[in-house]
Structure formats: structure tokens, C-alpha cells
Design a binder for this molecule. Structure first.
Ligand code: TRP
Length: 471
């Protein structure tokens, strides 16, 4: 495996991983969810979930990647010593294809908004503009263009493509966002927005905690790119010198910082224009922001800077999603990288075009289906790390660092017991709403706890039998 590509530097890995994590989820989904779920209340719950669930989960995915040194199918097969591992890896690859199919359609919208913002084409009628371009043949064309950009980077590989581009684009995103945040602070009428976003409202939180926790947890997992084997793949290009706990912390903090920063731009801006940011969901935010830009002095410039930022963030996330299926063809089937990139891109061109033509399917895929696949994937990762690998996982945690030693055992405990319960709880939410059944909160908690314990017994017995029969 010595001819396998790898990161030039640990910094390159960290920047690429933050670039992969920080994307539409941070700049587009996060402010919209925050605004729709009580502002500061959502922010606090989200931060707690990132620390309590996101960070240990991300570390688990990194441990699997570096321990397995392969893309998901081969890595999980060798780590579990079972065919189930390959199936799970294949499921991961499918998940990245599903997510990138819709991600690339939204990326196409962003690309289009970036191109027309300098002349403010949509300023006159933001609502109609969005409605006319979001689905249909033009949406297909921009989806293909966005996918082409992403593919062109992955084509050149880890060190020459992904690492190089991430090193430029990620700092670019942070710098422009900082500039926009400062500019926003100088705008009149933003005070109410800051208050809504930043002031801690204990009463709202107490009254709505249960309705906030679901979206907050879902967002924490999506924004950290957990559950699809993408972070696993990135970590497979690392060597033993890297400190996984340290890198995980840096990546999670930076990613959260970018989300919070985006909120500092979007939420006060919307408030200053009297636009209710919680109204009407994701499409409406596109429209609402566009309305705000249209009424601001120098709106074209601000809009352009904003969409360039979103575009760069979306591209660095898109490449992380494309890398997993491409690298799988390279690692497991010996297809040369360039050919693999073309093959996977042609497939995605087709699936994404399908979604760009049918908004109903798009909504299902980008919402329920993506959530479902990511939670199933993450659940399987916690099972493998927490119940099967255990000692090996601890050793991988410790390799390359002595500094976080004291965290190793508490981390494993969290991955073995807290994560599966929480993830199963989220899964019950999604499945129940899919089936149109209403399960009370207590019911969901009970299902999650009992399900976790039952599965733990099955998995541990199963792995013991496997080991006995292989002797
Ligand atoms: N985290 C990215 C965002 O916030 C999206 C993303 C990239 C992703 N890779 C992923 C989400 C893997 C889930 C799984 O936009």
C-alpha cells in the first residue's frame, strides 16, 4: 500500500477535513435551523451536542480510518473480520452518492447566484427568481457545472488536488465571512438579530428542549460529516504521527466557529430587513437573504462576497463526498484514479439531474433519506468501535499522542453507550415520522435504551462465535 496517496502535512489534513465539514450545512442550513428553533436556545443545545456526541463520534470515525488504512469497504471488512464490514462500507459509499446527488444540485443554485450577484439579477423578484431556477433544465445545467468543478479537483488526488485546494479555499471562507460579519455589525437595525441569536433564554429552552434536541443533534451530525465514511476515508491517508484527539478537537472547533460566524452574518441581516428568518424553511432563506441583499446599499457587492464564500465552502465539502466513492474504486477495484473520477461523476451527473428535475424526490432525498442513512452509518461505526474493537480503538486513540491519555477511556465509554442510545433515539424519530406513527418521548427513549442493550448482547455474542469458529 506504499503507493497510496497521502497528505503532505498534518495541517493539510486538518484544513481539508474542516473544509469537508464546513459547507452548506454551516452557512445555509445552520442559520435557518437556528432561526426556526428559537435562536439562542437552539445554539446552546447544538453546541452541547457537538461536544457530547459530535466530537466523540468524529474521533471514532477517524480511529476506524487510520486503523483500517483503507476506504470503508476494505477497512471495515478487515476491522470487523466479517463480510458485514464490506456491506457496511458499501452502504457508506451509497450514502455519499445519495448526499452528493442533492448537494450538487444545491451547489448548482449557489454557483448560479454567485455568477449573477454582481449584477443583482434576482434583486427585483427574489421569490420568482428562486422558484424559476431551482428545478428544471437550468438547474440540471448548473448542477453539472458544480459537479464538474468538484470532479476536476478530486481528479488530481489527495495531495495535488484536495489538499492544495482546501489550503486556499478554507482560509478564504473564514476571511470573507469575518469581513461580512464585521460589515453586518455596522448595519442599522441589527440589534434585535443579535439579541435573538446570542442572548440566553432559559425559559424558552426549558419549554422547548424536547423539540429542539432532534434538529440540533441532526445538524451536529450533518455538519461534522458523520456517518458516511467520509471522515473515515480522509483519516485513512494519515500516518501514525498524527494525534487523532488533537486533530478532532481542532476540526470540531473550527467547523463550529464557521457555523456560528455564518449565523452572525445571516441572522442580524435578516432581522435588519424585517425578514422573519424562521419562516418557510430552506428555500425561503434563499429568498429572504436575497431580499435583504436587494435592499441594502452596495447589495451586489455583499451578495457576491457572500455567495462566493458559500460556493467555496460547498466545493470543499463536495470533494470530500466524491473522494469516498472514487477512492473505493481505486483501493478495492484497482481502477486508476482519473478513470474512477470520471466514472463516478457520470453516475452522479445522472442521479443529480434526476433530483434537479423532480422537487418532490429532491425533498425526500435531502431530508429523510439522508438523515436515515447517516444515522444508520454512525450507529454501525459506534458499534464497531465501542463493542468490537475496544482495546485496538484505544491503542489507535493513543498512537501519536500522550497528551490526551486521560480522555481515552471516557471516550470509549461514551462511544460504547451514550452514542448508540442517542443515535438510536434519532433513528426512532426519523422512522416514526416516516411511518406516520407518533411515538411519545418516553417511548422513544425506552426503545433507544432497550435497543442498544439488546444489540450489544447480539453483537458481542456474534463476535465471540465468529472468533471461536475461526480457530
Ligand atoms: N458537512 C458538510 C456540510 O455541512 C456536508 C457533508 C460533507 C457531509 N460530507 C458529508 C454530510 C458526509 C454528511 C456526511 O455542508
Amino acid at each position: 500500500m506504499s503507493d497510496r496517496d497521502s497528505w503532505i502535512s498534518n495541517l493539510g489534513f486538518v484544513l481539508a477535513a474542516v473544509g469537508g465539514a464546513a459547507g452548506l450545512g454551516n452557512i445555509w442550513r445552520f442559520p435557518w435551523l437556528t432561526a426556526g428553533n428559537g435562536g439562542s436556545a437552539f445554539l446552546i443545545v447544538y453546541l452541547l451536542v457537538v461536544v457530547g456526541i459530535g466530537v466523540p463520534g468524529l474521533l471514532a470515525e477517524f480511529v476506524l480510518g487510520r486503523c483500517g488504512r483503507q476506504t470503508p469497504t476494505a477497512a471495515l471488512r478487515s476491522l470487523t473480520g466479517s463480510r458485514w464490514g464490506s456491506w457496511l462500507g458499501a452502504f457508506n459509499v451509497l450514502t455519499t452518492l445519495v448526499i452528493l446527488s442533492f448537494y450538487s444540485v444545491v451547489g448548482g443554485w449557489i454557483l448560479r447566484y454567485t455568477l449573477v450577484s454582481p449584477v443583482g439579477t434576482y434583486f427585483g423578484q427574489p421569490q420568482q427568481y428562486f422558484g424559476a431556477m431551482s428545478f428544471g433544465l437550468e438547474a440540471v445545467a448548473f448542477h453539472l457545472l458544480f459537479l464538474g468543478i468538484v470532479a476536476a479537483i478530486v481528479f488530481f488526488g489527495i495531495s495535488n488536488g484536495i489538499e492544495r485546494v482546501s489550503k486556499v479555499m478554507l482560509p478564504g471562507v473564514v476571511i470573507i465571512l469575518l469581513g461580512l460579519a464585521v460589515w453586518t455589525a455596522t448595519q442599522p437595525g441589527t440589534a434585535a438579530g443579535y439579541a435573538f441569536y446570542l442572548s440566553f433564554d432559559a425559559e424558552y429552552l426549558a419549554a422547548n428542549f424536547l423539540s429542539v434536541i432532534g434538529p440540533a443533534a441532526g445538524q451536529a451530525l450533518f455538519t461534522l460529516s458523520l456517518g458516511a465514511g467520509v471522515m473515515l476515508t480522509y483519516a485513512s491517508y494519515l500516518d501514525d504521527n498524527a494525534s487523532l484527539p488533537r486533530d478532532t478537537l481542532v476540526i470540531a472547533v473550527s467547523n463550529t466557529f464557521i457555523g456560528v460566524l455564518a449565523g452572525l452574518v445571516v441572522i442580524p441581516l435578516l432581522f435588519s430587513q424585517g425578514v422573519d428568518p424562521g419562516q418557510g424553511g430552506p428555500g425561503a432563506l434563499f429568498v429572504a437573504l436575497a431580499t435583504a441583499f436587494a435592499t441594502l446599499p452596495g447589495g451586489e457587492l455583499v451578495a457576491t462576497a457572500f455567495f462566493v464564500t458559500v460556493l467555496m465552502a460547498a466545493v470543499t465539502s463536495g470533494i470530500s463526498l466524491l473522494e469516498t466513492p472514487v477512492a473505493t474504486l481505486v483501493d478495492s477495484f484497482g481502477v486508476p484514479r482519473r478513470r474512477a473520477t470520471v466514472l463516478v461523476s457520470v453516475l452522479l451527473a445522472a442521479t443529480g439531474s434526476g433530483l434537479a428535475l423532480t422537487s418532490s424526490v429532491f425533498q425526500f432525498v435531502s431530508g429523510t433519506l439522508a438523515d436515515l442513512m447517516l444515522t444508520v452509518g454512525l450507529f454501525a461505526f459506534t458499534v464497531i468501535v465501542g463493542w468490537l474493537l475496544r482495546g485496538d480503538a484505544l491503542a489507535e486513540f493513543r498512537a501519536g499522542t500522550a497528551r490526551f491519555e486521560w480522555l481515552a477511556k471516557p471516550w470509549l465509554l461514551t462511544v460504547s453507550w451514550v452514542l448508540p442510545v442517542v443515535v438510536l433515539f434519532l433513528l426512532t424519530n426519523t422512522l416514526a415520522s416516516l411511518a406516520g406513527i407518533s411515538v411519545g418521548l418516553g417511548g422513544r427513549v425506552i426503545i433507544a435504551v432497550i435497543g442498544t442493550v439488546a444489540l450489544a448482547v447480539v453483537v458481542r455474542n456474534g463476535s465471540r462465535t465468529d472468533r471461536l469458529s475461526s480457530h
